[in-house]
Design a protein around this ligand. Structure first.
Ligand code: F6P
Length: 343
């Protein structure tokens, strides 16, 4: 069998571990040949590829962050318009099954391809953990570990200076990194996109904490968090070429507002892409590897139009159509658990 593989969207620790596992399983177990397309869907639109051998270099990929294939974002309209070109490239290269590894955008494109008759097995990735129908995506645990470590460190400096510290973490539509890192690091408040915040309430919690004699306040803010209407206004950043909202720094703007309203000294840290870089945690290495093995097995079992998914401790296959119907956001009851520690 000839299998095509690509990594799309933002990179994520564990992508290389999936590639390694697909190659080891498909080639090592079944003698398949593997072609990797470069820079996500762009490689298929432009027929840029590399033949992947089951060799030492592949074996050493397990611990490496990033992706050996490169990745890119592609505008969804351009992608939809390019489906015939992608099919042509797959035909020209004799690819029988395609394994795209990516987030919502990549998996939606995988669904379109599957609906147009291509045999596809998707693998979900994102540090944001917002893909539906899987308990978790690889990359999230690594981002969470990095964010938790950073917040642990901010506690001690905030305490020494009796400051309010705001930490902005990734999370465009879903606040999983924020809510989990907030719980893990004992933050005093966590703000997420799913629950618009009220600045008056934020200031009340900060003031109350200091009035009780506590010496610092740590607030974790997901980059996609927004204020309630009438609470404060964030600067507009517009939309980028991929249709994504451009963020203007919610933590910094909220920090300025807190300082202005209650006169407390505030410092803001934006963790940014450091959350996506470097070696995956052991949890992510294992999950990514299991996803890769099962994606190769699904290709051999003729199970297409599906995505590998973690349910409890088992890797299952779920229809791409179901997995891409909606994003997995933080449920209100989950946020309420975190809220027990606010203030
Ligand atoms: O992968 C998802 C994500 O990490 C979002 O949380 C973030 O908004 C986005 O990627 C940033 O990606 P980039 O700057 O690479 O386009």
């Amino acid at each position: 069998m000839r299998i095509g593989i690509l990594t799309g969207g933002g990179d994520c620790p564990g992508l290389n571990a999936v590639i390694r596992a697909v190659v080891r399983t498909a080639n090592g177990r079944y003698g398949d040949s593997i072609v990797g397309f470069r820079d996500g869907w762009r490689g298929l639109l432009e027929d840029r590829k590399v033949q992947i051998q089951n060799d030492d270099r592949i074996d050493r990929l397990l611990t490496k962050g990033g992706t050996m294939l490169g990745t890119a974002r592609v505008n969804p309209d351009k992608l939809q318009a390019g489906i015939e070109q992608i099919k042509q490239t797959l035909d020209d290269n004799g690819v029988e099954v395609l394994i795209p590894i990516g987030g919502e955008g990549t998996l939606t494109a995988a669904r379109w391809l599957s609906e147009s008759g291509v045999d596809v097995v998707g693998v979900p990735k994102t540090i944001d953990n917002d893909i539906d129908c899987t308990d978790v995506t690889f990359g999230h645990d690594t981002a969470l570990t990095i964010a938790t470590d950073a917040i642990d460190r901010l506690h001690t400096t905030a305490e020494s200076h009796q400051r309010v510290m705001l930490v902005e973490v990734m999370g465009r539509h879903a606040g999983w990194i924020a809510v989990n890192a907030g719980l893990a690091s004992g933050a005093h408040l966590t703000l997420i996109p799913e629950q618009p915040f009220d600045v008056d309430e934020v200031c009340r919690l900060v003031k109350r904490r200091f009035q009780h004699g506590d010496s610092h306040f740590i607030c974790v803010v997901a980059e996609g968090a927004t204020p309630k209407a009438g609470s404060m206004t964030l600067r507009e950043g517009g939309i980028d070429e991929f249709g994504h909202k451009i963020f203007t720094g919610v933590a910094q703007q909220l920090g300025d507002e807190i300082q202005r309203r209650i006169g407390k000294e505030v410092r803001t840290t934006v963790l940014g892409h450091v959350q996506r870089g470097g070696t995956p945690t052991p949890y992510d290495r294992i999950l990514a590897t299991r996803f890769g093995v099962q994606a190769a097995e699904a290709a051999h079992a003729g199970k297409y139009g599906v995505m590998v998914a973690l349910h409890g401790t088992t890797i299952d296959l779920v229809p791409l159509a179901e997995a891409t119907r909606q994003l997995k956001t933080v449920p209100t009851d989950r946020y309420r658990e975190a809220a027990a520690f606010f203030g």
